[in-house]
Design a protein around this ligand. Structure first.
Ligand code: TRP
Length: 330
């Protein structure tokens, strides 16, 4: 691994099995970038604590997600895969960064407003500080690129502002990172109305059982203006047709034409989509089954990842403490 290579870092909350929205929103870029960059990918379990309150589910969710990451093509030899809380230096950096972050910056972050509305009875302190911990994740590993979905752009901007402010106050310490978005348009959920997400239960699992995937796609909301099979369809308003753009890049236009002319019906395009989704993810599903059969493998990957990540985190934190005047015993 050449030290001159730039670093990439990203994190995801431990939501368990990945869905196709995760894959096209960010995971595909994780895989692609592991060759070009020195890659760090973490499961942000500390971030999850801001809204998640089921201790017994947390670790199973972490390991299921990492198994899907590896199944999707992340290679633990090339990428450092780890759990955020297992490199606790990041929480120390979070504190130091919080001292250069005006509250007004945090209050205007859209996700803070959204989450406060979603959980009005749990608007906790960590929810406000969430983007500061995220900034610490990125800055402690010196990442210059951060593959994320577009919903994370405000957090990335804040990370840059925090880095800039720190550098201005204490001297050049941090790299300002840039977001790396995928080209795939936002993947909508089975309801066709909101973004695909686990919490809304409107998702298609990435390594799901073929029958399950078929059943879920059958249940998807399509073009609601089309009452009868003989009515012309509106592919622009049909989420199943939109998904064909992703899974049928070579022939989605003819699929759409079939809908417009009512040559085909929703059942046909759904069946075809299910075939394509199942085929696309078949190699990953197979890898996932192999990973599940290797007892303790994911835990081993995470232990090695945490050890590697800690080396980088300690080095950065040492420089930061020195910069702000926190004296350390040698
Ligand atoms: N906030 C991100 C999300 O909800 C997760 C995250 C935490 C993250 N730390 C990060 C993403 C660092 C990129 C880089 O998806």
């Amino acid at each position: 691994m050449s030290p001159a290579r730039q670093r990439v870092l990203s994190g995801m909350q431990p939501t368990g099995r990945m869905h196709i929205g995760h894959y096209f929103g960010a995971l595909r870029n994780y895989v692609r970038m592991q060759d070009e960059y020195e890659a760090f990918y973490c499961v942000v379990d500390l971030h999850a604590l801001t809204t998640f309150e089921q201790p017994a589910e947390l670790w199973p969710n972490v390991t299921a997600m990492v198994a899907d990451w590896i199944a999707a093509g992340l290679d633990p030899e090339r990428a450092t895969i780890f759990v955020q809380s297992q490199v606790p230096e990041v929480t120390e950096l979070h504190w130091i960064l919080s001292a250069v972050t005006p509250i007004s910056w945090l209050e205007r972050v859209p996700t803070f407003k959204e989450k406060s509305e979603q959980h009005p009875d749990n608007v906790n302190y960590a929810l406000l500080g969430y983007p500061v911990l995220q900034a610490a994740d990125i800055l402690i590993y010196g990442a210059s690129r951060v593959p994320v979905g577009e919903d994370q752009l405000a957090h990335l901007e804040l990370t840059r502002e925090i880095a800039r402010r720190f550098n201005h106050k204490y001297g050049a310490t941090f790299t300002e990172p840039k977001a790396e978005l995928t080209e795939t348009p936002r993947v909508m959920g089975l309801d066709g109305a909101t973004k695909m997400s686990k919490s809304r239960n409107n998702y298609i699992p990435m390594t799901g059982d073929p029958d399950e995937v078929r059943k879920l796609i059958k249940s998807a909301v399509t073009d609601i203006t089309r009452a009868y099979r003989s009515d012309p369809g509106h592919p622009e308003q049909c989420n199943v047709c939109q998904l064909h753009r992703v899974f049928s890049p070579d022939d989605f236009e003819s699929i759409w034409e079939g809908e417009r002319t009512a040559t085909t019906g929703c059942v046909d395009v759904k069946g075809l989509l299910a075939d394509r989704v199942i085929e696309y993810f078949a190699p990953m599903r197979e890898r996932r089954l192999e990973i599940d059969a290797r007892d303790g493998y994911v835990e081993e990957v995470l232990a090695a990842g945490a050890a590697r990540a800690a080396t980088v985190a300690r080095e950065t934190l040492g420089r930061v403490k020195e910069a702000v005047g926190l004296h350390q015993h040698q």
